[in-house]
Design a protein around this ligand. Sequence first.
Ligand SMILES: NC(=O)c1ccc[n+]([C@@H]2O[C@H](COP(=O)([O-])OP(=O)(O)OC[C@H]3O[C@@H](n4cnc5c(N)ncnc54)[C@H](OP(=O)(O)O)[C@@H]3O)[C@@H](O)[C@H]2O)c1
Length: 337
Amino acid sequence: MRVILLGFGVVGRSFAEVVMSEGTKLAKAHGLKPKIVGIVDSSGAVFDKNGLDLAKALKSKKDNGTLAGFGDSYHDGMSGVQAVREIDCEVVVETTPTELKKGEPGLSHVKAAMIKGRHVVCTNKGPLALAMPALMELAHHNGVLFKFSGTVGGGTPVLDFAKKCLEGSEIRSIRGILNGTSNYILTRMAAEGASMKDALADAQRLGYAEADPTYDIEGFDTACKLVITSNYVLGTSLSIKDLDIRGITKVSDKDIAEAAARGEAVKLIGSVGSKAKVSPESIKLTHPLNVSGTFNAICFDTHPSGEVTLVGKGAGGPETATSVIRDLIEIRRSFAR
Ligand SMILES: NC(=O)c1ccc[n+]([C@@H]2O[C@H](COP(=O)([O-])OP(=O)(O)OC[C@H]3O[C@@H](n4cnc5c(N)ncnc54)[C@H](OP(=O)(O)O)[C@@H]3O)[C@@H](O)[C@H]2O)c1
């Protein structure tokens, strides 16, 4: 299976590392032999139809911050769209940054890949949060598979758990803690009386939060994941623009203390039932959604079985790379049918 990798950051590099370290096992257990024939970052691209030397790519990125270490085979300034059009492959793996105004560059990458007849694995939430129904349609129209299990839950298989394992149950509503940074901050505030400012500074120091944490603490990351989950699991046609979104920035020490006195905790919850929204809510300390630190949890209210909750790490390079592998295995299975 020839793969073009768009984005060579935390997730892209972890994916390359997993392909190198787990290749033999994946081939034996699943018949999966991903051959990365192209890698593109923000400055250029490298490609080799026989499969790139991944150790060299990782070293070049580490040493220079670019793929220029490939010398003559480095194409300075080559874009992801150009690479997708010019390099033959079966699958495009899209791992560029999530952007929520226009969904770029991911949206153009995904569209170009589908139009060219490539299957797509996407960890980037932007294209899905803004245009998921249209992209599903485009994939169908071009006869390609569109997989995105890493967009929700990182390595925790939230989407396929709901779609496959809850098959036969009616899912009436979904509620989830879907952003590790916000949950870490709220946990520290409740457990230690830390201020939001100090907890956020610690989250940044520990690498959980970005230098610009708006996307996490204003609720946009949770909203993206809720849109993707709702559309995939409940068959809605939401875009992030349809949601009421309120993050944690206005949660006060007093809110946290009052919730604790009631035996509750304030959490940033994304929910979809009669309407879709993201807002801080108080939940019982004994509720399975009450996870601490950077953990994510998602609760499906099903009929007739009642609530089913899935808990796991919601992000991380190796975890998200595992989700890419999971998606590739499924694409490989479809080839084999
Ligand atoms: N990290 C996680 O735990 C996690 C979990 C789930 C989902 N995700 C999602 O997965 C995606 C990747 O995350 P990440 O943590 O790997 O991000 P990252 O470390 O910031 O890496 C992004 C990569 O995309 C490249 N890039 C930026 N603009 C580009 C362009 N126009 N064309 C081609 N490449 C471009 C960057 O190039 P340079 O290297 O040249 O800057 C970088 O290699 C994001 O959308 C994120 O929301 C991440």
